[in-house]
Design a protein around this ligand. Structure first.
Ligand SMILES: Cc1ncc(COP(=O)(O)O)c(C=O)c1O
Length: 488
């Protein structure tokens, strides 16, 4: 038999094992008609010598091809291309595995959603662009102990398949915390533990929205929620916000025109302006939702961080008509990387969202859920929140002082009563986007208003996250902002 030659040379440096490379080259040659059904293949010893590989490598390749049905071995006769293969048209040479690139698809595909990738900040960057907690101050020893105990005490059950709603112990602990701190009549059955608020928002959107449904959102607002809603077919209706939060009159007008299925909003600290929805609007909103049968998706992402008196209770705490779907997260009180959030809603809604969760990612991280339950039961999480509230308040004050000192001519703001960020309007003519770009070259990163507008139009405002930086770092960040400020 003529010696068969591999059409693709073997590549010893490739991460693909040699036997896989041989099997791929052979099957490719069969597919292309270079090797016909019934054709004899060289013996393993001969092929190993030709290819300068160990015979076991060729045997492994043959075994793989036989398992896939490309070849068959007849005892004492040899190895043959399977005659049961359909007659294949000689095809043009396909890209070899080595030259193949993965920058196209062989099927129809919609473009990616408009999500924002996290920026890979350079070393030493002072980042004010996220409203993130200072994870440097996490009590990691306490967390590690809780996780260790979860593995030890929860045993293997926590590593097995389980129900999709979240560990019952965490749901019970969350229900207790929501009742005592946020005035919510939560029960374990009315809670679904999710992967952060984002997981909760997606599940809520998927549970609620039918393609084409109109959903109102705050504009300015939180783009990741908009994209979750859009991803399930919602048609978004932007509603303006002012210093009292979402304009309920505009909402009612929009609903009267074309109907609304739901409203997504951040009543406690409006994102990104941090204003609190006024009591009059809260009442009006709940009354309107009751009469219109519209669902309110309330995103209460940083409830505990309120510095002037008590936090305002969530809309959900005043919901007598079961119209509010409440979204919460541990991303701000503990750490965003833990990815633990929750939905609190009337039980039929939780049951529907839970059934969707089961087909999205089946269940959560039970070890983490068990450990977090213990941290809540023992008051550790609450202790950390109390400590961080003091820290963040001082940081807010330090930022405010630095801004007053260095940038009073450029920025106008109301001191935020809570949250982890400060929202400021720029002086007339100041290009906030250009300022943010130039500050980033000096190592101070912040967000500008255009990142929160519904239509992406520029807005002369900045958002400064202060919780993640020490007071000295905040002062330095403001100095860099001052140096970077565009001169007219
Ligand atoms: C409005 C809003 N909702 C929710 C979150 C928290 O998201 P997650 O719980 O998915 O980390 C954030 C975080 O920045 C936010 O700004």
């Amino acid at each position: 038999m003529r010696t068969w030659e591999l059409s693709v040379p073997l590549d010893e440096a490739s991460p693909t094992p040699l036997f896989v490379q041989i099997a791929r080259a052979l099957s490719e040659d069969i597919r292309r008609g270079r090797l016909k059904p019934g054709a004899a293949l060289p013996g393993s010893r001969a092929l190993a010598t030709t290819l300068r590989v160990h015979r076991n490598t060729v045997l492994a390749a043959y075994q793989e091809l036989e398992a896939q049905g490309w070849i068959s071995t007849a005892p004492a006769r040899g190895t043959f291309v399977s005659s049961a293969l359909p007659d294949v048209e000689p095809a043009p040479p396909a890209a070899s595995p080595r030259s193949r690139t993965l920058d196209s698809v062989g099927f129809a595909l919609e473009p990616p959603l408009r999500t924002r990738e996290p920026v890979d900040f350079p070393r030493g960057a002072l980042v004010l662009s996220g409203g993130t907690p200072d994870v440097r101050l996490l009590p990691v020893e306490v967390l590690a102990r809780a996780w260790r105990r979860a593995f030890k005490l929860g045993g293997q059950r926590l590593l097995d398949y389980a129900g999709p709603q979240g560990h019952p112990r965490l749901r019970a602990a969350l229900a207790q915390m929501l009742a005592s701190v946020r005035g919510l009549a939560a029960t374990p059955d009315s809670l679904l533990v999710t992967r952060g608020s984002q997981g909760a928002l997606f599940l809520a959107a998927r549970a609620l929205v039918r393609p084409g449904d109109r959903v109102a959102v705050e504009a300015l607002g939180y783009r990741p929620a908009w994209e979750a809603l859009r991803s399930v077919g919602a048609q978004l209706v932007p509603i303006p916000v002012d210093e009292e939060g979402i304009r309920v009159d505009k909402l009612e007008a929009a609903a009267a025109r074309h109907g609304l299925r739901a409203v997504y909003l951040t009543p406690h600290h409006q994102y990104p302006t941090t204003v609190t929805l006024s009591p009059a609007r809260r009442l009006a909103l709940l009354a309107w939702a009751r009469s219109s049968g519209c669902a309110l998706i309330e995103d209460d992402y940083d409830h505990e961080f309120h510095y002037e008196g008590r936090p305002v209770l969530p809309l959900a705490s005043a919901d007598r008509d079961n119209v509010v779907i409440y979204v919460g997260t541990l991303s701000k009180v503990l750490a965003p990387g833990l990815r633990v959030g929750f939905l609190f809603a009337p039980i039929p809604f939780i049951q529907r969202a839970t059934s969707i969760r089961a087909v999205v990612d089946r269940q959560g991280d039970l070890v983490a859920e068990y450990a977090l339950a213990e941290l809540l039961e023992e008051g550790e999480l609450q202790r950390h929140v109390r400590k961080m509230r003091g820290v963040y308040r001082s940081r807010r004050d330090a930022l405010v002082e630095a801004l007053h000192k260095e940038l009073s001519g450029a920025l106008d703001f109301t001191v935020p009563a809570g949250g982890m960020t400060l929202w400021a309007r720029c002086a007339p003519g100041l290009d906030a986007a250009a300022w943010a770009r130039s500050a980033s070259t000096l190592g101070a990163w912040f967000s500008h208003g255009g990142q929160y507008t519904f239509d992406g139009q520029p807005l002369p405002a900045v958002r400064l996250g202060y919780a993640g930086l020490k007071e000295s770092e905040l002062r330095e960040a403001v100095r860099r902002m001052t140096r970077a400020r565009p001169r007219k």
